[in-house]
Design a protein around this ligand. Structure first.
Ligand code: MG
Length: 351
């Protein structure tokens, strides 16, 4: 008798294996062409009837961590997936799955964080659902949030500015729209969320210096769009910067070259990653966006980002280029190394 095939943790870990799983099971059934940015494009949100629409489920352990809790992730993650499409988030849903016996005090704390985070982002939670299940099914809380957004008031002007520099056939920034010459900006330090969580969970003791970066980025992104020239944006969540940039390279059919020296890091994140033998580029972030911009406007967009609280440490970290395939990085010592998409998550269950 053959071994029965079953789902594994890596099928949901956000890397290349999850991509294969999604193609085989999800797209095979739902991958139609509905919408301007359909499901099959696997972008941060779908665009349908002019509306951005996205959903995400949060299963992080532990529920409370330095810099936030599952509630700040549940709002920020979904708001950011709308914002990086060039959409202004309008409304969210909130579905709670709770285990029998979950402390009401913790639930209250999580919901208050969600309320505060949503109010910071300027969105309302307008619909939801609550289920309580036996402890054998779940221990703790899972949260699903879906969100809708409308076209940003700055998006037409942004695209007009792109078209003054080069051809651009899209109506929204997206993963397939990066082209050789575009500068790549990251909106702040890389790796904070994943490393903060790992350190806290495993008791490594770095958490006094490293906090999760979970935060809504929609106001910062609006400032950048107002300048214009943005061709693609992506929040570097699971699989980190390595995964997000490899997705761009593959979908846009362009190479991307990073400059290691220009990538902003918290010193403690680098130290922790070195000690633990993990690549900070593969670690998930919950409040950082990658932004591709036509070269003529890159400095202006950078300046706009730096004028915001969320984007103070933004930096131009590389550019799209025909000189390589996939993602490569010029290292501090002058060599060129390939930045592979991670096969799975080096730090599981961080969102
Ligand atoms: Mg995303």
């Amino acid at each position: 008798m053959g071994q029965e095939k079953r789902i594994t943790m890596t099928d949901g870990a956000g890397g290349e294996k999850m991509m294969a799983f999604i193609r085989r099971f999800v797209l095979a059934n739902f991958g139609g062409n509905a919408g301007e940015i359909p499901l099959g494009m696997l972008d941060d949100s779908a665009i349908i009837e002019g509306i951005a629409f996205t959903t995400d489920t949060y299963v992080v352990k532990p529920l409370f961590f330095p810099g936030g809790n599952i509630g700040s992730l549940a709002i920020s993650g979904t708001v950011n997936d709308l914002a990086v499409m060039g959409a202004t988030p309008v409304a969210l849903s909130c579905a709670l799955i709770l285990s029998d016996g979950f402390p009401l005090e913790d639930l209250d704390k999580i919901l208050r964080t969600m309320r505060d985070c949503a109010s910071k982002a300027g969105v309302s939670v307008v619909t939801g659902d609550t289920k309580v299940v036996e402890k054998s099914a779940l221990e703790g809380i899972f949260i699903n949030t879906s969100g809708i957004g409308k076209r940003s008031q700055f998006l037409d002007g942004n695209i007009k500015a792109v078209r003054e520099s080069r051809k651009f056939s899209y109506n929204w920034p997206n993963d397939s729209a990066v082209a050789a010459g575009d500068k790549i900006i990251v909106s702040g330090t890389v790796g904070d969320h994943g490393v903060a969580l790992l350190s806290f969970r495993e008791g490594y003791g770095f958490e006094s210096k490293i906090k999760s970066d979970a935060q809504p980025l929609n106001h910062m992104i609006a400032k950048a769009l107002e300048v214009g020239g943005i061709t693609a944006m992506k929040d570097a969540t699971r699989g980190g910067v390595a995964n997000a940039l490899n997705e761009w390279a593959e979908k846009s059919k362009t190479g991307i070259i990073l400059e290691e020296d220009r990538i902003p890091y918290n010193e403690a994140v680098l130290t922790a990653c070195e000690m633990l033998g993990i690549d900070p580029l593969e670690v998930g972030n919950e409040g950082k966006a990658l932004i591709a911009v036509v070269p003529q406007l890159a400095d202006d967009v950078l300046k706009a980002l730096k004028s915001t609280k969320e984007g103070k440490k933004a930096a131009i970290i590389g550019e799209a280029s025909k000189k390589c395939r996939g993602v490569a990085m010029r290292t501090s010592v002058g060599g060129l190394r390939v930045v592979e998409p991670p096969a799975d998550d080096p730090v599981p269950r961080i969102c």
